[in-house]
Write a protein that binds this ligand. Sequence first.
Ligand code: PLP
Length: 403
Amino acid sequence: MRQLSKNDSDRLRALATQYGTPAYAYDAEIIRRQYQRLESAFSASNAKIRFAMKALSNPAVLSLLADLGSGVDAVSIGEVRLALHAGIPSSDISFTPSLPPIEVVQQAIDLGVHVTVDSLSLLEKFGRTFGSEVPCSLRINPHIKAGANKKVQTGHKKSKFGISVDFVERAADLVSNYGIKVVGLHVHTGSDVADAEIFVRSAEVLFAAAELFEDVEIFDLGGGFKVAYRFGENDADVELIGAKCAQIREQYIQRSGRRAEIWLEPGKYLVSASGCLLAEATTVKKSPAVTFVGVDTGLNHLIRPMFYDAYHEIENISNPSGVPQKYTVVGNICETDTFAKDRMLPEVREGDLLVFRSAGAYGFTMASQFNSHPRPPEILVDAEESRLIRRRETFEDLLTAYA
Ligand code: PLP
């Protein structure tokens, strides 16, 4: 990851003037580049990509990805309906909810999407309700700790996600009792995973489990490919991961004589780098120990630093050659919403435009109206064009749902 070029900074300053701050801006070209790199890294196994839309659910972004050939992974009925609204065919949508009641699964099936079952309790209800009529996938918890940040690990033994790999035989018994048609196995060990071996070990767990399920031909390896958040850092080596996964898929096909279609569910990898949050420095406040920069946004618009201890590079594009000084950058919410502690930035003056980088994933989608601040707009930049893909909310939007 690199600092913004002068061209990019000029462009972002123009966007801030046109659309105001705070605002999310996404670069379509970066989304296309990331998609194509991942697709080509997994070309040997002809993997199908289903974008984890929880990362960025704006319909304009979903249809941009659909034009490239992507499907969608949705986790709520709201996401399924948003994807359908964006024009994604139901056959390209998977539904991977966390611990849903059977009524929600029924709604998803009525909408025509492919369901992944994540507990034995749901599997039993699924069998009782649908028998062999509706194919499904099973999410397996492989008991693998992945990535450095505990807050985004989902495949370890104590995680709520998936059916424990220790219980796969119990799942197979339910499947045979009810005649359930399990066509896919799914795994997702978490976010920020750089180590190719994690993907290999997860895939091996699925290939081994497939022996118990005769209809399985889809192997969904999830998402979680690490992306760069700091200058000098790189994304996960998806070429290496893709090559290793292709190799073990081939071995599985050779030894089992069965089909194996690979699915991926990347979120961050496709959209993180494309996005930034533009904010104005509204206050520079010196206390005896700290110089604070207060901005016109807060944890209500970008919660990752507070929720995940995530690091986002911040650039002062109004004064890039200012003398570097140490600042603590904080939001305008009545909570301790610290974006960056003791960060060296070129001198920040009130009114300067700050850019929070790598904010395309889990930025806007996790935004709220906390403290009754409306949510910011989203802008899509494509080559020389920019367009508003979600307008800035207003006070009237805050009122819409009240009785
Ligand atoms: N698939 C599932 C089931 C997930 O829960 C997530 C993230 O929470 C993803 C895919 C996408 O993860 P990432 O954005 O790290 O690629």
